[in-house]
Design a protein around this ligand. Structure first.
Ligand SMILES: NC(=O)c1ccc[n+]([C@@H]2O[C@H](COP(=O)([O-])OP(=O)(O)OC[C@H]3O[C@@H](n4cnc5c(N)ncnc54)[C@H](O)[C@@H]3O)[C@@H](O)[C@H]2O)c1
Length: 394
C-alpha cells in the first residue's frame, strides 16, 4: 500500500485532541509515512513532541516564532501527501489555496472558508490541479444522523417541512481556547456550520434565504467583542425552514462541552436526536457528572493488546475517509503516465464529489454562514442566496 506524508497546519485544540491521535493510529496501520506539524511558535511544536513521545513529529518553525512557517512546511512536503488545515477559520482559504497550488491533497477543518467567493476560488483551483479537498464535517459519520439521511433519501419520511438544531458550547471556548480569534468568528459560523451541512447532507436541498440575529452580553463584559449566541432561520429551495440556535457561553460546569441536537418534521414523519445525551453517562470523583458521548472520539482498550489505547468514533472516521480516498487516488494512478493519471484523478474526484464534502458540497455551509453574518450585522435583515449561492440583501 502507498503511504502518505501528512502535514498538519495548526497545533491547537483539534490537532491535539483528534487529528494527531487519528493520524498516529493510521500511521501504525501503515497508511502514513511521515507526520509534520506547522504552527506559529516553536513552543507549540515542543509541547506536541512531549504530548506524543512515541512518534517522530517533525515541526515548523524550527525555532522561536514564524507565522509563515506553514508555507515552508507545505513546500517541503513530499508527495504523495495530504495537508490538514486546522487553524482559525479566517486562515483556511489562504492556506488551502497555497496547498492546492503546490498540488497537495487537502483536509480542511470545517468550515471550508468564510466566503462564497473563496469557496469558488478553492473549488476552481482544486479542479485545475485535480486534487482532493475535503472539509472535515465529522457529523456526517455520526450513525444517528446518517440513519436520518438513509430514511429521508429512501423516501420513508416524505418531504421535509421544517426543523431545528441547537449547538452550544462551554464558555471556555471563547474565553480560553479561541480568545485570540473568536472576535473574527461567531457561534453561527464556528458551530452552526455543522447542522447547516447536516440539513443539506440529509435532504440535498439548497439554501435560498437566511435571517439571523446575535447577542453580545457576557463576552463583552470580559473584554471580548464577540457574539455570545446567534440564531438563524434558513429557508431552503423547497420552502422548508431550519431554525438554528448556537452559543458558546454555557457555564463551565455544564456536564459536557457541547449541548446539541437535531430535529426535522417531514410530511411522513419526524426525526429527533439529542446528540449530547447518549444515555451513557459517568459520575466520577475526578470529573464529576459527565454527559458522555461514546460515539464522537474516545479512547478504548485496543482489541490487539489491552496495554494499548485505540481511539474510535465519528471524529476519526471522517479524517480516515479522506486519508483512504487519497490513498485510493494515489494507488490507482501510480503506474500511469501523466495524462492518464490526470484523467483518472478527474474521474475519481467526480465520483467522490457526489457523496463527500468536497468543495461543491462544502460551499453550502459557507454560503449560509456568510449570509448569516451579513444578516446579523444588519440586525436580522433578510439575506438571499442566488442560484450560485452568492448572498445579497435585496
Ligand atoms: N471538525 C470539528 O468538529 C472541529 C472541532 C473544533 C475545531 N474545528 C476547527 O478547527 C480549526 C482549529 O480549531 P482549534 O480548536 O484547533 O483552534 P485553536 O485556536 O485551539 O488552534 C488553532 C491553531 O492554529 C495555530 N495558528 C494560528 N495562526 C497560524 C499560522 N499563521 N500558522 C500556523 N498555525 C497557526 C494556532 O497557533 C493554534 O495552534 C478551526 O477552523 C475550527 O473551526 C473543527
Amino acid at each position: 500500500m502507498v503511504k502518505l506524508n501528512v502535514t498538519v497546519i495548526g497545533g491547537g485544540m483539534i490537532t491535539r485532541q483528534v487529528i494527531l491521535p487519528t493520524i498516529i493510529q493510521e500511521k501504525k496501520k501503515g497508511k502514513i509515512s511521515s507526520i509534520v506539524v506547522a504552527s506559529r511558535t516553536r513552543d507549540t511544536i515542543e509541547q506536541l513532541i512531549k504530548l506524543f513521545p512515541d512518534v517522530n513529529i517533525k515541526g515548523y518553525p524550527e525555532k522561536d516564532q514564524d507565522s509563515h512557517a506553514w508555507k515552508t512546511a507545505i513546500k517541503e512536503t513530499e508527495k504523495p501527501s495530504i495537508i490538514i488545515i486546522a487553524t482559525p477559520d479566517d486562515l483556511h482559504a489562504e492556506m488551502a489555496l497555497f496547498a492546492i497550488e503546490h498540488s497537495h491533497h487537502v483536509i480542511v477543518q470545517k468550515p471550508l472558508c468564510l466566503t462564497v467567493n473563496d469557496a469558488y476560488n478553492i473549488m476552481n483551483s482544486a479542479k485545475e490541479k485535480v486534487v482532493y479537498v475535503f472539509t472535515d464535517y465529522h457529523k456526517r459519520h455520526d450513525l444517528s444522523l446518517r440513519a436520518c439521511q438513509y430514511k429521508y433519501r429512501k423516501g420513508e419520511m416524505g418531504e421535509v417541512l421544517c426543523g431545528h438544531a441547537w449547538h452550544e458550547q462551554r464558555r471556555e471556548i471563547p474565553l480560553k481556547y479561541f480568545r485570540k480569534w473568536c472576535e473574527k468568528s461567531s457561534p453561527f459560523e464556528y458551530l452552526g456550520t455543522h447542522y447547516i451541512d447536516m440539513f443539506y447532507f440529509i435532504t440535498g436541498l439548497k439554501p435560498v434565504k437566511v435571517v439571523a440575529q446575535g447577542q453580545k452580553k457576557l463576552l463583552v463584559s470580559h473584554g471580548i467583542n464577540a457574539f455570545d449566541s446567534c440564531e438563524g432561520m434558513i429557508t431552503w429551495n423547497n420552502g422548508a425552514v431550519l431554525y438554528l440556535q448556537t452559543s458558546w457561553i454555557l457555564p463551565e460546569k455544564n456536564p459536557c462541552l457541547s449541548n446539541q441536537g437535531f430535529q426535522i418534521t417531514c410530511t411522513e414523519g419526524e426525526f429527533r436526536a439529542d446528540n449530547a445525551n447518549r444515555n451513557s453517562n459517568f459520575s466520577t470523583t475526578k470529573d464529576g457528572y459527565e454527559l458522555f458521548n461514546p460515539y464522537f472520539f474516545k479512547p478504548y482498550l485496543d482489541w490487539n493488546s489491552f496495554e494499548d489505547t485505540e481511539y474510535a468514533g465519528y471524529g476519526a472516521d471522517s479524517i480516515v475517509q479522506a486519508i483512504d480516498d487519497c490513498i485510493k487516488i494515489t494507488e490507482q494512478t501510480k503506474n500511469l503516465n501523466k495524462e492518464l493519471a490526470f484523467e483518472k484523478r478527474q474521474k475519481l474526484l467526480s465520483e467522490f464529489e457526489k457523496t463527500r464534502p468536497l468543495p461543491n458540497q462544502a460551499i453550502i455551509g459557507v454560503s449560509v454562514i456568510e449570509a448569516g453574518k451579513m444578516s446579523m450585522i444588519k440586525e436580522g435583515k433578510p439575506v438571499f442566496l442566488d442560484d450560485k449561492l452568492f448572498p445579497h440583501y435585496d
